[in-house]
Design a protein around this ligand. Structure first.
Ligand code: UD2
Ligand code: MN
Length: 584
């Protein structure tokens, strides 16, 4: 329980997430043992010396030293992070902009670039004193065809919300955008910031991963801090991100991400301030969030202290710049979008660093309705799904053999993908004496198996074809929960890629196939188990459900799936497995 099924690049259903969060909050555990800051793992000999600054100090009775003065209340569209809607006359424009940007730019355009947002922090956060001599940060914003007002609101928000002495510069890196207003207009606009905002433009599309590395190379601040191009920072966001890095340069710090609604621009927390989540993953390498386990929460006296996390969502984080570069930045073989968050996280943890999430630092991010851009030429050169290729690169570099199998069980087609040459990555791992994935699972990501246990192998995978009707079991392209159907077999894609494991679980992607008397459904898998009720008989070609004591059948009349009495003479109750082969 208490897990958020956040799938990036998809519609973030904040309403249902909020419900899950409410459930999750019920499972929060109190913290007991005294421990000021999360302890960093021992450094590798080959990493430069630790920078030591005094630790943050909590004063219950006074405001923290970096707390901003209360600003006069602002009025206007979207102020206070409130939802805004355009007039009826602009509805068409609004719809068009949603299609073009994955967010309602017509709404955003009517909201001030300097608008205020509600303070979503735990009230405890107002009472921390941070070291006076914090390092200053280069904020790096990479962008490809982003909307003007959201991009510039990110810049304004950083400048308005950050003490001058801590903001070294803002480095904007344009990943080969072709929108007109991101050309001269942008060059001219940033002049008003008197050199504080720098702009670099890629001469071809590099994708966000390589563009971020470029940003880090161009930056000159001690700390680099990445933000997506559609963010708004919250009260006193930066000092809490810098303090752990000032104490130990091998720590990555991650702010808590609030949601900015893509159609109304309402700013609201994804989680209640009192809940604490951290980043994990399932075996298909989809990013997930889980409430922090007792083993971690018991390390902290204050619930507003940073806590350790196995990974992060990807977009928003801070690191010592030279440490990021010493780690080789991102693997340059990763393409465009996806998996880079895992690559960097595994590399940090396994090679002697650590990642903490910082509850007192919050940043709003617009989760788009859908991804509005294509991956361009970089994707055309590759055969097969690019994000899965990235995942394969990451697991082939950082997982031990045993764990690689879980990935291939969950993503069987990934075995056929060409993930390119990873000899550099493997050499880095060896040179830096990086620890095994087993070590990472036991010491850092120990809560992953509670939700996503080690996967038993598949007995069968591929398409499941009805013997009578020759159609295949299919999700019909609908997300769970939904009824499964049958449609002409096409031998590729995800909708007909079915897996049956040795423990009887039948699944499609990260979802499970379940049944009752009347229907066969695609459902959310029960967390923490890999068992299921299904049994396939080679001899009778039946899909038997142990609890219902019935067999999967295709109803010849309606074409729907039903659970009926088994009868191996009835071809509508018989199914054949066939492995899929790559079409790339
Ligand atoms: C999430 C992350 C994102 C990144 C991605 C996986 C958060 C809030 N967001 O997806 O930062 O880690 O997962 O890779 O954690 N961009 C380019 N070039 C491109 C494509 C995108 O510069 O070819 C820019 C884009 O304009 C934006 C940033 O990269 O500023 C992230 O892209 P996104 O917002 O589409 O990704 P998101 O939030 O869905
Ligand atoms: Mn984003």
């Amino acid at each position: 329980m208490g897990i958020l099924q956040l799938r990036r690049g998809r519609l973030l259903k904040l309403a249902s997430v909020t419900l899950l969060v409410v459930i999750a909050v019920l499972f929060l555990l109190p913290s007991h043992r005294k421990h000021q800051m999360p302890e960093a793992l021992p450094l590798q000999a080959n990493v430069a010396p630790v920078r030591r600054a005094s630790a943050p100090v909590f004063h219950a009775d006074k405001l923290g030293n970096y707390e901003p003065h209360a600003a006069p209340e602002r009025t206007g569209p979207g102020e206070g992070g409130r939802a805004h809607r355009v007039s009826a006359a602009k509805r068409n424009l609004a719809g068009q902009s949603e299609n073009e940007y994955g967010m309602n730019m017509a709404v955003s355009d009517e909201i001030s670039l300097d608008r205020s947002v509600p303070d979503t922090r735990d009230p405890e956060c107002k009472h921390w004193d941070y070291p006076k001599d914090l390092p200053s940060a280069s904020v790096i914003i990479v962008f490809h065809n982003e909307g003007w007002s959201t991009l510039m609101r990110t810049v304004h928000s950083v400048i308005n919300g950050t003490p001058q002495q801590l903001l070294h510069e803002i480095v904007m890196v344009d990943d080969f955008s072709d929108k007109e207003d991101l050309k001269d207009k942008l060059d001219n606009y940033i002049r008003r910031f008197n050199g504080l905002v720098k702009l670099h433009r890629n001469t071809e599309r590099e994708g966000l991963i390589r563009t971020r590395t470029r940003g880090a190379q161009l930056a000159t601040g001690e700390v680099i801090l990445f933000l997506d191009a559609h963010c708004e920072v919250n009260a006193n966001w930066l000092p809490p991100l810098l303090a752990p890095i000032a104490a130990d340069r091998t720590v990555m710090t991650v702010p808590i991400i609030d949601g900015v609604d893509h159609s109304t621009f309402e700013y609201r927390p994804v989680y209640h301030w009192s809940s604490r989540f951290r980043g994990i993953f399932e075996w298909g390498m989809l990013y997930k969030e889980n409430d922090i386990p007792e083993r971690e929460s018991s390390q902290h006296k204050y619930k507003s202290e940073p806590y350790r996390s196995p990974t992060h969502a990807g977009g928003l984080f801070a690191m010592d710049r030279s440490y990021f570069l010493e780690l080789g930045a991102y693997d340059p073989g990763l393409l465009v979008w996806g998996g880079e968050n895992f690559e960097l996280s595994f590399k940090i943890w396994q090679c002697g660093g650590s990642i903490v999430w910082v509850p007192c630092s919050r940043v709003g991010h617009v989760y788009r309705g859908f991804m509005p851009y294509s991956f361009g030429k970089l994707a055309e050169k590759k055969k097969g799904p690019l994000i899965t290729i990235n995942y394969k690169r990451v697991i082939e570099t950082w997982f031990d053999d045993k764990y690689k199998e879980y990935f291939y069980t969950r993503e069987p087609m990934a075995r056929f993908l060409d993930h390119g040459d990873i000899s550099e990555q493997l050499a880095f791992k060896k040179r830096h004496n990086c620890k095994s994935f087993q070590w990472f699972m036991e010491n850092v990501a120990y809560d992953v198996p509670d939700k996503f246990p080690e996967l038993p192998p598949n007995v069968h995978w591929g398409e499941l074809k009805n013997v009578a009707d020759q159609r295949c079991l299919d999700t019909m392209g609908q997300p769970a929960p939904t009824a499964m159907g049958a449609s002409p077999c096409h031998g590729y894609g995800n909708n007909q890629l079915i897996r049956l494991n040795t423990a009887g679980q039948l699944s499609v992607g990260e979802r499970c196939v379940e049944a009752d008397r009347h229907s066969v459904k695609l459902a959310f898998c029960r967390l923490g188990t890999v068992n299921g009720p299904w049994q396939y008989s080679e001899s009778s070609q039946t899909m038997f459900h142990r609890t219902l004591k019935a067999c999967m059948s295709l109803d010849p009349g309606s074409g729907q799936l039903k659970m009926l009495e088994c009868d191996s003479r009835d071809a509508y109750k018989k199914w054949q497995w066939k492995q899929l082969t790559p079409r790339w």
